[in-house]
Design a protein around this ligand. Structure first.
Ligand code: C2O
Ligand code: CU
Length: 468
């Protein structure tokens, strides 16, 4: 970890949680909300008590962008207004939208140019914790701050006293608190762990503090917005119970250590009944833990409303379907990266040695011997067909594998969740791991499957699955 502990200054004061914007759905084609992508200067960095403004790319001048709140079943109409010098788009990570609204520039839509707008209009089928982010040059645009939370409330949500989003990011900043631009596109990063930052924020603030009611039940929605860092987290003094992974409910289980890969979400419940004055969320490192958020019990807020006494119940979930003779099995052999075994791979139909792939094309990863572009088709499923992605991580690196448009059940020996088949939209695969992603291909279109270590995707780790 190259996080410098000295740089983790005290919180910027007490924050009562991100402002949430409830969205009304209406029948016309007017947007209910506009996300304006533009440049802004935000206070994410502090040095020796003096505040610095960091030049970022943000939605509505905020990092994270506004929290979009929906109810399950809502129709979302969100307009993107691009004021950036680059083309951009919005991908609704984990939301099973129709293909034309998926926001993948070059696959599902053209880039939204500077000065142009695009209306995203889609139904929201599932409750849970999601997020939105740029999907054009995401390795640069997400690193500059183009993302925000998307929360879908459902009738089966547990009753809580506090419902807080904690969106965690690590930024790569220079000595004066500006985005280190010269490392964008670093082939070294692209072939190793990706762009790892040196400055961590929670909801855009370094080490924020949150006030909570005593005797309360708290839901925390942790979202990893980092380009490449896997966060290993724990809490001091409290025992979190995990209730959802990537938005999808699981049977609640106690989870002292939380591992959250890039783009993954973990929802936890904290029951605060032990009269602790305060506790912290920290990153576990090899040496000592680093506090990234503090929580203070504040008597002036009154006592919690009794949610504590209610049992946590898992909403009824569909069971994973069984593989059948009509299942489609798609093998995915992942290779490449530093210290890997990829000697050569196909690019634009031409078998090319790794050296030339790297030097001429800036590509270092491959699936099934082909470097990923949006023309790299992994397979075609009929609508309704049961699909098994049979994935072999034959590299020396972990990868946060994300499938667009569908949620899948993971079947792997290493899957740490007690339920051997857990439903996710992104699964952190360990080096050497073999995992099956199982899903019913019920959403027609061209769907991206890629590593959410955004530099890995940029360097070839992606391909397309078609559902007809
Ligand atoms: Cu978070 Cu291709 O997406
Ligand atoms: Cu990867």
């Amino acid at each position: 970890m190259n996080l410098n502990r000295r740089e983790f200054t005290k919180g910027l004061g007490l924050i009562l949680g991100a402002t949430a914007i409830p969205i009304r759905s209406s029948a016309n084609t007017q947007p209910d909300f506009t996300l304006r992508a533009g440049q802004s200067a935000n206070s994410i960095y502090k040095k020796e008590k003096s505040e610095v403004l960091t030049n970022l790319w943000t939605f509505n001048q905020k990092t994270p962008g506004p929290t979009l709140q929906f109810n399950v079943g809502d129709r979302a109409k969100v307009s993107l207004d691009n004021k950036l010098p680059q083309e951009t788009s919005i991908h609704w990570h984990g939301v099973r939208v129709k293909n034309s609204m998926d926001g993948v520039v070059g696959l599902t839509q053209p880039g939204v140019k500077k000065g142009e707008q695009f209306l995203y209009d889609f139904e929201i089928p599932d409750a849970g914790t999601y997020w939105y982010h740029s999907h054009n040059k995401a390795w640069e645009q997400v690193a500059r701050g183009l993302y925000g939370p998307l929360i879908v409330n459902g009738p089966e949500d547990p009753k809580v006293d506090h419902d807080l989003v904690l969106m965690i990011d690590d930024w790569q900043l220079d000595g004066v608190g500006q985005i280190r631009e010269q490392t964008f596109g670093s082939l070294h990063d692209w072939a190793h762990a990706g762009r790892i930052g040196n400055w961590v924020t929670v909801n855009g603030v370094s080490s924020p503090s949150y006030r909570l009611k005593d005797n309360s039940r708290v839901r925390l929605r942790l979202i990893n917005a980092a380009n490449a860092r896997v966060f290993d987290l724990n809490f001091t003094s409290v025992k979190p119970r995990t209730i959802a992974l990537d938005g999808y409910p699981v049977d609640p289980f106690e989870s002292p250590n939380l591992t959250i890969g890039p783009s993954q979400r973990v929802d936890v419940i904290l029951d605060l009944s032990d009269k602790l004055p305060e506790f912290a969320l920290q990153i576990i490192t090899r040496t000592r833990p680093i506090t990234i958020a503090r929580f203070l019990l504040d008597e002036s807020l009154g006592l919690g409303g009794g949610a504590l006494n209610e049992e946590l119940i898992t909403p009824i979930r569909p069971q994973p379907p069984d593989a059948s003779s009509t299942s489609l099995k798609i093998p995915v052999h992942m290779q490449g990266g530093a210290m890997g075994n990829l000697k050569s791979a196909k690019i634009n139909g031409i078998m090319t040695p790794l050296r030339d792939l790297a030097r001429k094309h800036r590509k270092v990863w491959a699936f099934n011997g082909s470097v990923g572009g949006y023309d790299h088709m992994l397979g075609t499923a009929r609508r309704g067909q049961f699909v098994i992605l049979d994935i072999q991580n034959d590299t020396r690196w972990p990868h946060a594998m994300h499938l667009h448009g569908h949620h899948f059940w993971v079947n792997s020996r290493l899957n740490p969740v007690k339920d051997p088949l857990s439903k996710r939209d992104t699964y952190l695969m360990q080096p050497g791991e073999n995992a099956e992603f199982r899903f019913v291909a019920d959403n027609p279109g061209l769907w991206l499957f890629h590593c959410h270590m955004l530099e890995h995707h940029a360097a070839g780790m992606g391909a397309v699955i078609e559902v007809t």
